[in-house]
Design a protein around this ligand. Structure first.
Ligand code: AHM
Ligand code: MG
Length: 343
């Protein structure tokens, strides 16, 4: 009835490290520092309704969006947890225009952390789940301060990725590429405890997640695909269900556990300048790394997300991510449309 083994996140990371006899423990330290920031952010998110922290600051981030106070708080805590460990050579965040250097007084390490400190921030003051997304790379420049080229690596070069959902409970999911594991925060003891070992995403889902209000802005392939999901599925004898929270991490987490597909296609109302919303480096790539490690797929519709070569830190990308069957089917609809074949 009860799990016989209590495994903390720290214990799990240390055990994974033993598979690499030459490991110096840098990655383990990195994860432990990050975890501290996540616990602090979780505490603040949970008491957000109790203190005067809600509402927007008057600053705007470089995407031109209003920065909520908790975004700024999460950004600050992650930076302060990670700047002095001697593990990172630089960081990059959704909230900061340029790469974030490690302060001169601290040692520079071999890793790069990319993150979205608080994704879904427009949901903060509605008590809807929000999350943090992160990816980790090994540096490609030889030494010293990290450079933009260290950050602009293809997602397939990530050595680890993960996210935290601040929801009905706080859960951290991470992978170093060989298995995806979830840990639920027990706030009474301040520990993340292994709750979802070795997560595998079902091959085919029963639900889809998309902002369908944007229907008229989509290409014909995407429109046809979503219409197709509303028809009775041969296997389940039901149409796919629509499940859209509007918080990427929360939508992704549900689909990872139960199967399904999340889409954020381009806005094609101006076909010469299609505008997708989500960012490649710190939103799409970490989740793509996780979904592949769990047996699923992530694509732009025409290319594997992890193969996209980033050219700018805040570049946006169309994203379809989730169960393999569903992502493949979406790409087939798109290919038929692009080939001018009947959809
Ligand atoms: P944010 O990084 O500014 O919070 O925006 C990203 C969020 C995602 O969490 C979510 O999937 C998407 O925006 C929702 O967008 P929309 O409101 O257009 O459906
Ligand atoms: Mg975001």
């Amino acid at each position: 009835m009860f799990n016989t083994k209590l495994v903390t996140l720290n214990r799990h990371i240390l055990e994974e490290q033993t598979a690499f006899p030459d490991a110096k423990g840098d990655f383990t330290s990195l994860m432990m520092d990050l975890t501290l920031a996540f616990k602090i952010i979780s505490r603040e998110v949970n008491k957000a309704g109790l203190v005067e922290i809600l509402g927007a600051t008057d600053e705007e981030n470089i995407q031109g969006e209003t920065v909520m106070k908790l975004d700024a708080f999460a950004q600050d805590r992650i930076f302060k947890a990670m700047d002095h460990g001697g593990i990172l050579c630089c960081m990059a965040s959704e909230e900061v225009e340029h790469i974030i250097p490690i302060p001169p007084k601290f040692t520079k390490g071999n890793y790069i952390l990319v993150f979205d400190p608080l994704d879904g921030s427009s949901n903060i003051d509605k008590n809807v789940s929000i999350g943090t997304i992160f990816g980790v790379f090994r540096r490609v420049t030889p030494a010293g301060d990290g450079k933009l080229e260290d950050v602009l690596q293809q997602g397939c070069k990530q050595v680890a990725a993960g996210y935290v959902v601040y929801g009905s409970s706080t859960i951290l999911v991470y992978s170093t590429g060989s298995g995806v594991h979830g840990f639920t925060l027990d706030p009474s003891v301040g520990e993340f405890l292994l709750s979802h070992p070795d997560i595998r995403i079902p091959h085919k889902g029963k639900s889809y997640s998309v902002n369908e209000g944007n229907f008229n802005t989509w290409d014909e392939g995407t429109k046809a695909y979503v219409q197709h999901l509303k028809e009775v599925d041969k296997e389940t004898q039901r149409p796919y269900g629509l499940r859209y929270i509007g918080s990427l991490v929360a939508d992704f987490h549900r689909n990872l556990l139960t199967g399904g597909v999340f889409l954020y296609p381009s806005n094609c109302t101006d076909p010469k300048n299609p505008k997708p919303k989500l960012r490649l480096v710190y939103e799409a790539n970490p989740l793509a790394f996780l979904v592949e490690a769990a047996g699923g797929k992530a694509s732009t519709g025409t290319q594997r997300i992890l193969d996209v070569q980033p050219t700018a830190l805040h570049q946006r990308v169309p994203l379809v991510i989730g169960s393999t069957y569903d992502v493949d089917q979406y790409c087939q609809f798109l290919a038929r449309q692009q080939a001018g074949a009947p959809i």
